[in-house]
Design a protein around this ligand. Structure first.
Ligand code: PMP
Length: 459
């Protein structure tokens, strides 16, 4: 590698690296902060400043940074057999073992794994597979997909359209994606005034059923949902919501796709959340992020045996699967997945999260005392704070105020990284967070919110 100074890196970065989700004007002016090294629950910038990582990279570095177990597993596999193609009858040891391990850890008959390179590609592939499935069943009209406003499912052409976050759509198109429909998010904080949580749940389930009837059950293939919406602002659905949505899917012959890219692999103290926390077993489960603890890109769409039997049936016309990625089942990535699972089991991380998670949320609830904090919510190590200009009326700040971004900057100054999304701050720390780390996070957040409150309210 050529020799460089930090100033060189910043300049080259501005000149050549198109970053995801970037405001070009401020990016060109301010450039990036370089994450130079990372260890445990901390990252270090180019000046050696230390920050508590409140977001595990991007909801993914669940085991924390610099884990020897992961580094060794990756190095060993890279030295043994780094890559060979997965097409047809060719496999590698980690890919086969990880698929079997996932089949054991996931609920119901989710036994068949298709590997991808991340969450977007797994969701995208799942939609293609769902269409393929109904073609094979001789139901070529059953193609429509119902997703939710405020959902995040990815950045490929199809998954960007599944995504229901308005702010991701500026200047982009959705040509040919009119098979994708959206219903309301399950947003308890923003439910109609005076409506109970139970009545809100009835209302959402009814909206779903009405939409299926309006589109025609013979035309609707699947419903896709995150157990807890992440990028939408950590929206926890009302009690019973997912189970009832799943029952509606069963009633009308829709498949249920659970996007567990964030919620699986310990973030909610379980290998996956759908059955363990919400009492339903999806037909397809989407994994990424925590699957390798973010050390190497890997995603997976995991299919039920009932689904697999249809796509793999030699009786169906065209008994072949004609799709796949060069890096499906990449040996090094799958070795990282196996090491992640082994480390989580050995260290009892799910059990740890079941203790530290509720304590984290409870500590964060102290922030409700601030005038600009409208809502503190979440589950386990997936939490969100919604900022408001008027707490009683639940009125948001004007988008130009950048309320959560101001809190993010004030936190960063004080050595904590949080993630701002519109008026929401999300937190998803490494699962190795201790109660002390939780207290430190809340302390810094408190100081940061105090520091910016008056300016935000005056804006
Ligand atoms: N689904 C969910 C729920 C996500 O949060 C994300 C990423 N944040 C994705 C899908 C897309 O995953 P990736 O960025 O790995 O493509």
């Amino acid at each position: 590698m050529r020799s460089y100074t930090n100033a060189d890196v910043k300049r080259l970065d501005i000149e050549h690296f198109i970053h995801p989700y970037t405001d070009f004007a401020t990016f060109r002016q301010e450039g990036s902060q370089i994450t130079a090294s990372a260890s445990g629950v901390h990252i270090f910038d180019e000046e050696g400043r230390k920050y508590l990582d409140g977001i595990a990279g991007l909801w993914c570095v669940n085991l924390g940074h610099g884990r020897r177990e992961l580094v060794d597993a990756i190095a060993h596999q890279a030295a043994t057999m780094q890559y060979y193609n997965p097409f047809g009858h060719s496999t590698n040891v980690p890919a086969a073992l990880l698929a079997a391990e996932l089949a054991e850890l996931l609920p119901g008959s989710l036994n068949h794994v298709f590997y991808t390179t991340g969450g977007s590609t797994a969701n995208d592939l799942a939609i293609r597979m769902v269409h393929h499935y109904f073609n094979r069943l001789g139901k070529p009209n059953k193609k429509k997909i119902i997703a939710r406003v405020d959902a995040y499912h990815g950045s490929t052409y199809v998954t960007a359209q599944l995504t229901g976050i308005h702010a991701t759509k500026y200047g982009f198109d959705s040509v040919g994606q009119d098979f994708i429909h959206h219903i309301s998010a399950a947003n308890s904080y923003r439910r109609p005034a005076g409506m109970s949580e139970a009545a809100y749940c009835d209302h959402l389930v009814q909206e779903f059923e009405d939409r299926i009837l309006q589109l025609g059950p013979d035309n609707v293939a699947a419903f896709i949902a995150e157990p807890i919406m992440g990028a939408g602002g950590v929206l926890v659905a009302p009690d019973g919501y997912h189970r009832r949505m799943h029952a509606i899917c069963r009633k009308y012959g829709l498949l249920y796709i659970a996007d567990e890219v964030v919620t699986a692999f310990g973030r909610l103290g379980e290998w996956s959340a759908s059955e363990a926390l919400y009492g339903y077993v999806p037909d397809i489960m989407i994994l990424a992020k925590g699957l390798t603890s973010g050390y190497i890109p890997l995603g997976a769409a995991v299919f039920s045996s009932e689904f697999y039997d249809v796509i793999a049936s030699p009786q169906c016309e065209g008994g072949q699967l004609t799709l796949g990625f060069t890096y499906s089942g990449h040996a090094v990535a799958c070795a990282a997945g196996l090491a992640t699972i082994e480390t989580m089991k050995r260290d009892g991380l799910n059990e740890h999260v079941r203790v530290v998670g509720p304590a984290f949320l409870k500590a964060l609830e102290a922030l409700n005392a601030f005038e600009i904090v409208g809502d503190v919510r979440g589950s386990h190590l997936m939490c969100g704070i919604e900022l408001v200009k008027d707490k009683v009326a639940k009125r948001s700040f004007a988008p130009t105020v950048g309320s959560a971004h101001q809190v993010f900057l004030a936190c960063r100054e004080r050595g904590l990284i949080v993630r701002p999304i519109g008026d929401k701050i999300v937190l998803s720390p490494p699962l190795i967070f201790t109660e002390e780390h939780c207290q430190e996070t809340v302390r810094i957040l408190s100081e940061a919110i105090s520091a910016v409150s008056d300016t935000l309210l005056a804006a």
